[in-house]
Ligand binder design. Structure first.
Ligand code: NA7
Length: 551
C-alpha cells in the first residue's frame, strides 16, 4: 500500500505526456492490443517494452531448439486477411527466429514501431483517482499518464532464477535458457550440463546433444513427452492452408486448446481394449497434442482413461530408450496433465554422449568452480545451462509496482493467489486491463491474446458510448470467476499439479501461494463466457463508481 504522500501528484503533469492507452509489453499480446486500440478505436497509444525489439517471450527465449508447440499457421494473428495471405510459415512448428521475424514483420507492416519505446522497463503504475489516470514510471526515469492501462507482459516472463549455492564460483560459462545471449554460444565439443526438463529443457536436449562432446541432463521430475512430428510446409500444404483459413480459424476457436484439430466426444468407456490401443497409436503417430484431444474426451477427467494414456506413453518410452535404467528414470510417475512436445527427445538418450542424472534421488547440493556437486559426488563441466522455468501467471505483474485505488498494490491484492474477472480485469484497479493475464484461458496464446484484445476494445468502446470514464469488475464478479477457475482446475487431472511442482498452480516457486494461475477449461467455453459479458453489457462491472471525479 502506498502512503498518501507517495501517490503521484498532479503538479508535474504538464511535463508528462498523456495518451489514451498505455500498453506494457511488445509480444503477441501487446501488438494485438496496439492494433485493436489504435487501428480499430483510433485511440492514442504508447507501448513500453523492456527488450530491444518486438517479440516478448520470443525475444528473450532464443535458446537452441526454441520453438512453439502450436501449429504455426494458427500461432499467429487472424485480424488481417492480407497479413495471413502474405505470410508463409515454413514448418509445422515454427522456430524462435521465424516467430520473431513474423512479429517484426507485423510491427513494420502496421507501422507499430512509431508508438513503441524499446529498452523501457516499467517500474511502477499507480492509479490516481483525482484525475482518473494511471501514472506510469520507467527505470530510465520517464513518466507517462494514461486513461487505460493495458498489461501485456505474458504469463511466463519473470524468470525463476537458479537457487543454488556457489553460482558465482563456476569457472566455465553459465546460461539461463530464458535469457540466452543474442550472439553465438559455442557448445561444440564442450561438456555441457542442462538442469531442468520442462518444455524448455526438453527442446534444448536434442539440439545441445547434437553439438556437445557430452551432455548431462539433470532431471527432477520426468515429464510426458509426445512426439511433435514437425515437417516442412510445402507449396501444396501452403495452398491448402491459405484456401481454408476461415475453416481453420473456426475449428481452432472451437477446440479446447485453440488448436486446429477436432476434439473427440468419444469416452474411454465407449471403446474396447484393442480399439483403445489403435486410437492411441494413431494419435501418437500423427504427433502434437492429438493423444490428449483426439483419442478420448475424458483423459483429464476420468482416472482410468488418464492412467491408460499415461501407461501408453510410459511403454513408448521403454520401447524407444535402449538403456532400461534410463528409460525408467524418464518414465513419469505423476498423473498425465499437460504433456510436452519433443523433437526426438527420448531418442536422444540413446546417444553415447548423453546421460541422465535423477536429482530427486541425488539432489544438487551446490555449483562448484568445476561443475555441479550432487549428494553422490561432483560432475565437471565447461558450460552449465539452467532451464528452471518461470514465476508464472502473477509473477510478471506483481513485480511492476502496480497500485490501484488508494495505493493498494497488486501484490497485496493477490497475496493468496490471483483474483481477476475473466483473466482481464481486477476490482479496485479501474481501467486496468490484462491481455493474457493470470486466470485467462490456458491455450494457444496468440488466439487468446487476440480475443482478449478485441474484448478490451469492446469494453472501452462501450464505456465511451455510454459516457463512462472508468470501469472495474465488482468484487462479486471477481469472486465468481476465482471460484470457477478453481472448480474447473480441481475437477481435472490438473489438480495433481501441486505434487508435480507445476507453475500452473504456483508450486514451482518456494513460498508462492498455491492457486490456479490460469483457467484450464476449454478455449471455446472461455470465448463464450467473455462474449456473454459483452452481450450482457458488462454486467459484472461497475462504471465510474468511486472512480468518478470532477476534473
Ligand atoms: P517448467 O515447465 O516450469 O520447467 C522447469 C524445470 O526446471 C522442471 O524440470 C523443474 O523440475 C526444474 N526445476 C525447477 N526448479 C528446480 C530446482 N530448484 N532444482 C532442480 N530442478 C528444478 O519451465 P519451462 O521453461 O521448461 O516451460 C515453461 C512453459 O513454457 C511450459 O509450461 C510451456 O507452457 C511453455 P520439477 O518439474 O519442478 O521437478
Amino acid at each position: 500500500m502506498l502512503a498518501e504522500s507517495e501517490l503521484p501528484s498532479e503538479a508535474d503533469d504538464v511535463a508528462h505526456p498523456h495518451c489514451d492507452a498505455l500498453i506494457i509489453g511488445a509480444g503477441f499480446s501487446g501488438l494485438a492490443a496496439l492494433y485493436e486500440l489504435r487501428e480499430k478505436l483510433g485511440l492514442s497509444v504508447r507501448l513500453l517494452e523492456a527488450g530491444t525489439d518486438v517479440g516478448g517471450v520470443w525475444h528473450w527465449n532464443r535458446y537452441p531448439g526454441a520453438r512453439c508447440d502450436s501449429d504455426s499457421f494458427v500461432y499467429c494473428y487472424s485480424f488481417s486477411k492480407e497479413l495471413q495471405n502474405d505470410w508463409e510459415w515454413s514448418e509445422r512448428y515454427a522456430a524462435q527466429p521465424e516467430i520473431q521475424r513474423y512479429l517484426q514483420y507485423v510491427a513494420d507492416r502496421f507501422e507499430m514501431r512509431r508508438d513503441i519505446e524499446f529498452g523501457t522497463r516499467v517500474t511502477s503504475a499507480v492509479y490516481r483517482e483525482t484525475s482518473n489516470e494511471w501514472v506510469v514510471s520507467t527505470e530510465d526515469g520517464q513518466t507517462f499518464r494514461c486513461t487505460y492501462l493495458i498489461s501485456a507482459v505474458g504469463p511466463l516472463s519473470r524468470v525463476f532464477k537458479p537457487p543454488f549455492e556457489g553460482m558465482d564460483t563456476f569457472e566455465g560459462d553459465l546460461h539461463l535458457a530464458s535469457q540466452w545471449p543474442e550472439g553465438p554460444v559455442d557448445l561444440a565439443g564442450k561438456r555441457v550440463a542442462l538442469v531442468g526438463t520442462g518444455a524448455t529443457g526438453i527442446q534444448m536436449t536434442p539440439r545441445i546433444a547434437s553439438v556437445a562432446a557430452q551432455l548431462t541432463v539433470f532431471q527432477r521430475t520426468p515429464q510426458y513427452v509426445l512426439p511433435a512430428r514437425n515437417f516442412l510446409l510445402d507449396a501444396g500444404k501452403q495452398l491448402e492452408i491459405k484456401s481454408t483459413y476461415d475453416e481453420i480459424w473456426a475449428q481452432t476457436r472451437r477446440q479446447a486448446f485453440a488448436l486446429p484439430i477436432d476434439d473427440t466426444k468419444r469416452l474411454f468407456s465407449d471403446v474396447n481394449s484393442a480399439n483403445r490401443q489403435r486410437l492411441m497409436e494413431r494419435a501418437w503417430e500423427l504427433g502434437g497434442f492429438r493423444l490428449i484431444f483426439e483419442a478420448f474426451a475424458d483423459v483429464m477427467t476420468d482416472e482410468e482413461c488418464n492412467q491408460a494414456v499415461a501407461d501408453f506413453v510410459r511403454n513408448k518410452i521403454r520401447a524407444i530408450v535402449a538403456d532400461p535404467e534410463t528409460a525408467e528414470r524418464l518414465a513419469p510417475k505423476n498423473k498425465l496433465t499437460r504433456p510436452q512436445l519433443g523433437h526426438h527427445y527420448y531418442e536422444t538418450y540413446n546417444r553415447a554422449n548423453v546421460s541422465l542424472v535423477d536429482i530427486k534421488a541425488d539432489p544438487i547440493e551446490s555449483i562448484t568452480p568445476k561443475g555441479i556437486r550432487t549428494a553422490s559426488g561432483e560432475y565437471e563441466f565447461d558450460v552449465i545451462v539452467f532451464a528452471l522455468g518461470f514465476d508464472g501467471g502473477t509473477g510478471a505483474m506483481t513485480q511492476m509496482g502496480i497500485c490501484g485505488r488508494d495505493g493498494q498494490s497488486l501484490e497485496e491484492k493477490w497475496e493468496a493467489g490471483p483474483r481477476t474477472y475473466l483473466g482481464i480485469c481486477v476490482d479496485e484497479f479501474p481501467n486496468m486491463f490484462m491481455v493474457f493475464g493470470p486466470q485467462t484461458c490456458f491455450a494457444n496464446a496468440p488466439v487468446i491474446s487476440e480475443r482478449a484484445s478485441s474484448w478490451i476494445a469492446k469494453a472501452i468502446s462501450h464505456m465511451r458510448e455510454q459516457g463512462h470514464r472508468a470501469m472495474e469488475p465488482t468484487p462479486e464478479a471477481v469472486e465468481s470467476w476465482v471460484d470457477h477457475v478453481a472448480e474447473v482446475y480441481y475437477g481435472t487431472a490438473y489438480k495433481h499439479g501441486k505434487d508435480a511442482g507445476s507453475w500452473l498452480v504456483g508450486a514451482n516457486v518456494p513460498g508462492k501461494p498455491i492457486a490456479p494461475q490460469l483457467y484450464v477449461g476449454s478455449a471455446a467455453s472461455y470465448f463464450d463466457r467473455i462474449e456473454q459479458e459483452v452481450d450482457d453489457e458488462f454486467k459484472g462491472f461497475t462504471f465510474d463508481g468511486q472512480a468518478r471525479v470532477s476534473r
